[in-house]
Design a protein around this ligand. Structure first.
Ligand code: NG1
Ligand code: ZN
Length: 580
């Protein structure tokens, strides 16, 4: 069969492929075998996902990208049927097992891999209905189209249908899978599971949120310029498409947005993620190179800037002028969003109580909404302290590195805010949130009272925020709208708390996988004695440090923070020495 031929033509090129922090990610030259096998796996897995209750079929997604890594890498991320990152360890294990099975031959015991047996049983009759429906997209790397084509060919050879999004951001692909099931978010209008639906949803919800600021003050009719560094990747066309959709939505009744997004570093301007993009800005604490017109880079207004990564699922903000640079990372974004949400939830609660009192109808059946934040061990200690202060320490969790883990933990709250320090994050809303909002709506509607601003804001957030996955464009708009509502610039936001001095470094070691950590990366379990030595170092410099093997690069990462720059640097050096 065609599929067996593809498996033979693209044999595994590594002794073993490991499922990393966000799927498989390797040098692009060894990824062809992975794409063919991932595609087979999706076609095999798909029929097991169907509920069989007559509802619209679920779909899954394959995203070809190596995110923040340099151009030489490529990778594949899988979108689960609920639109989120594939997080099921059993499925990840099955997939890894299949990718590494030498699928052209029987194993020693003479039994074939069950997926190979399944392939052989597939009839060549590929007439309707399709055996599976799979969304596919890819980033702007030079090898992404051909790797994607391998997956497309494989799926079609198995009688599957491909919904091809071409060059897409990772969050757009998640949007498509998430909204394929129209019941996922309560919405008055159907949301299209494609790029058109994605940019429309962002446009109208962004404007709706901004409008709640106009109701507050009227002296805000000057346009701000927000420079968006797009890492020389797909974020560039994405922000531009958003802008053109936004222009189409603006009408006489709907005023123009107060911010102009000025994109720099598009796909043809320079090397992907090199000296630019969110990873560069966050890890080197420096403004990006401007590839278009370097000599003139001082001409750019660097006061209000953001940087996204190579597949536009992460974002950080920064400010630069002649004498200072400061970074607003994922931790600062978490704090900004949590403060905003907490204020809106409190205001809505009060407004509902007042409305009930006026109507002489006090009932407490609306309950309480829990607001929580999830971070990883890389979160700056000052941000964790600040969040615990405002949300209560039980509502701040530390999860294992990787959005699949952080996202899952955030779902334990009615409103769960999560960001990794590198800017990868979003907000998730649970069923209790939607029922609370519906009850509040009913309350004000019955009394024929106008909806309070807090309600107008909270009800639009689930549309603006991509609840499937971290989304740089959605986060960009959310942060901009919150700052606008608050009347803040980056300086005011940055002053919420001061980061503790920290240092993050990468170590090349012979085998990074000998470093094993506990369930949230904070304790090193192997090699023996490492944690003991780290404990002694932390005591000596009165700081915090941890080490872990990267799941996306061939390095061990070392993180250290302490009260002073000097202590953080020394603690970092000591930790590096310990794991070396
Ligand atoms: P690794 O390489 O496993 O540390 C990096 C990021 C993660 C996550 C993934 C996926 C850091 C320290 N690590 O993982 O937070 O974003 O990439 O892109 O930033
Ligand atoms: Zn990314």
């Amino acid at each position: 069969s065609e599929v067996l031929r593809l498996l033979e033509k693209y044999p595994p090129r590594l002794p073993r492929y490991a499922y990393g922090t966000a799927g498989f990610r390797y040098d692009a030259t060894v990824m062809d075998a992975v794409l063919v096998r991932v595609a087979v796996f999706c076609a095999w897995w798909y029929p097991q996902l169907q509920a069989g209750n007559g509802t619209a079929p679920e779909t899954i997604g394959i995203m070809v990208t190596a995110s923040h890594n340099d151009e030489s890498y490529n990778g594949v991320k899988l979108v689960a049927p609920n639109g989120e990152i594939l997080a099921d360890p059993i499925v990840q294990g099955q997939l890894t097992d299949w990718v590494n099975s030498d699928s052209t031959e029987s194993n020693q015991a003479g039994s074939k891999h069950p997926i190979r047996v399944w392939i052989e049983q597939q009839s060549t009759n590929t007439k309707s209905p399709p055996t599976c429906i799979i969304h596919i997209g890819h980033d702007t790397r030079s090898h992404s189209p051909s790797l994607t084509e391998l997956a497309v060919k494989t799926i079609r050879a198995l009688g599957g249908q491909v919904i091809h999004h071409g060059v897409a951001t990772t969050p757009l692909l998640h949007h498509a899978v998430f909204h394929q099931n129209p019941q996922r978010v309560p919405s008055m209008i159907p949301i299209r599971p494609d790029a058109v639906g994605y940019y429309q949803l962002l446009s109208w919800s962004y404007l709706a949120l901004l409008q709640t600021a106009a109701a507050q003050d009227s002296n805000s009719n000057t346009t701000k310029r927000l420079v968006v560094d797009c890492a020389c990747g797909v974020g560039y066309p994405s922000v531009k498409l958003f802008q053109s959709t936004l222009q189409g939505v603006i009408s006489p009744t709907c005023p123009a947005a107060p911010t102009e997004f000025y994109c720099i570093n598009g796909p043809t301007h320079g090397p992907l993620n090199e000296n630019c993009g969110s990873e560069h800005v966050q890890k080197s604490m420096a403004a990006p190179q401007w590839y278009r017109d370097e000599s003139n880079s001082d001409a750019l207004p660097w006061e209000y800037c953001a940087a996204v990564d190579g597949d536009a699922d992460r974002i950080v903000f920064f400010h630069k002028n002649s004498h200072e640079f400061f970074l607003l990372d994922g931790d600062k974004i978490t704090v900004l969003i949590c403060e905003f949400l907490q204020a809106q939830v409190a205001a809505l609660k009060q407004a509902c109580q007042e409305q009930q009192q006026q109507g002489g109808n006090i009932n407490n059946s609306m309950g309480q909404l829990t607001l929580g934040a999830v971070q990883t061990a890389y979160a700056n200690g000052a941000s964790t302290k600040y969040l615990k202060n405002i949300l209560g320490s039980d509502n701040v969790l530390i999860a294992k590195t990787g959005v699949q883990h952080v996202h899952h933990a955030a779902k334990s709250f009615d409103i769960g805010v999560y960001f990794e320090a590198n800017g990868h994050g979003t907000v998730v809303f649970g069923p209790q949130f939607y029922s609370y909002i519906a009850q509040a709506e009913a309350l004000f509607m019955a009394a024929e009272s106008p909806r309070p601003l807090s309600l107008q804001r909270l009800r639009v957030l689930p549309a603006l925020i991509n609840q499937a996955v971290g989304d740089a464009v959605s986060d960009l708009l959310l942060v901009d709208a919150i700052l606008h509502i608050k009347g803040w610039d980056l300086k005011a936001w940055n002053q919420l708390y001061s980061d503790m001095p920290s240092r993050m470094s990468k170590l090349k070691v012979t085998d990074r996988n000998v470093v094993k950590t506990n369930e949230n990366d904070t304790i090193c379990l192997a090699p023996e004695n490492v944690q003991e030595e780290l404990n002694a170092a932390m005591k000596e410099w009165n700081g915090r440090c941890f080490v872990r093997a990267s799941g996306t690069e061939d390095v061990v990462r070392v993180y250290a923070e302490a009260e002073t720059r000097d202590a953080a640097d020394q603690l970092s050096a000591k930790a590096e020495y310990i794991v070396h």
